[in-house]
Write a protein that binds this ligand. Structure first.
Ligand SMILES: O=C(O)CCC(=O)C(=O)O
Length: 276
């Protein structure tokens, strides 16, 4: 990381780093997609969220799994990479980084969009309630192929508490337009990224982002490592209906088994990660 990269992240709210993940690792991960979405889990554990199931869910919806790292060691190696944690901590000025959750996303040709949102709108169950994410391309991406889009600089807008349809909305920019209107912002720029497989994009938890329908006949797959501060704790009152399952009765501390520390400036990393 050099000062120019940090400046770009601060200015735009996202930072592209080309050729980050090796091609052989990507191939192993993409080869797991079909079995994962069929419900065949290498580790024997179901992911925390599984929003698309073969033979059950509409074929034109984007397929998403959250916390695939618990179900598959190839996903785990990608999302818990120490370097990812280090860059997240550096860009957010945190003492370290830990996994909040991951996403495994598969947009086959013809699939519907994912609605624009700010990741931090969903983070009121943690303190500090902010995230940074490493979005990892597993395919080359193109305009009209459902690539990731960012509203440049919108990480400086406040967190929107109203939420909008995420899977297959009729207007995937609805939330962004609503917020801009509330804030009196007339113009903004949307960057539709055309990246290569292996490239990654670090994005701020407050940047507005989403992706268009995939109008091409090639898939667009990605894995996202969503990170929070290594010192994040559960919020004393607000709850996540899914992730507060992992909160102990008498403590706000997060257990590393479920929210592993991938990097810390002190040199600590959850030891089990290097045994995966
Ligand atoms: O990959 C996409 O289309 C959306 C990803 C996303 O919402 C995220 O990384 O937070």
């Amino acid at each position: 990381m050099n000062p120019e990269q940090i400046r770009l992240f601060e200015q735009n709210g996202y930072l592209l780093i080309p050729d980050f993940n090796p091609r052989d690792q990507i191939e192993i991960v993409t080869n797991r997609f079909e079995s994962l979405f069929r419900g065949e889990f290498e580790t024997g554990l179901q992911p925390d969220e599984w929003n698309w199931r073969e033979g059950v869910s509409p074929p034109d919806l984007t397929r998403q799994i959250c916390n695939g790292w618990k179900s598959d060691t190839a996903i785990a190696k990608l999302v818990t990479n120490e370097k990812v944690g280090e860059i997240c901590a550096l860009l957010m000025n945190w003492p370290g980084a830990r996994i909040n959750q991951d996403n495994v996303i598969w947009k086959p040709g013809g699939s519907k969009p994912l609605g624009f949102h700010q990741d931090d709108s969903y983070q009121n169950w943690i303190e500090p309630s902010s995230m940074i994410s490493c979005w990892m391309a597993l395919d080359d991406t193109r305009k009209h192929g459902g690539t990731i889009e960012y509203a440049r600089g919108s990480h400086r807008w406040p967190v929107q508490t109203k939420t909008f349809t995420f899977h297959g909305p009729s207007d995937y920019h609805e939330g962004l337009k609503y917020s801009a209107n509330q804030l009196g912002i007339d113009t903004y720029t949307i960057d539709q990224l055309e990246v290569k497989k292996g490239d990654v994009v670090f994005h701020h938890g407050r940047i507005w982002h989403g992706s268009e329908a995939n109008q091409l006949d090639i898939p667009r797959r990605s894995v996202v490592s969503h990170c929070m501060s290594s010192e994040a704790q559960f919020h004393p009152e607000n709850k996540s209906p899914i992730y507060n399952r992992y909160k102990k009765f008498d403590s706000l501390l997060m257990d590393e088994s479920f929210f592993p520390i991938t990097y810390s400036r002190k040199g600590y990393r959850s030891p089990f990660l290097d045994e995966i």
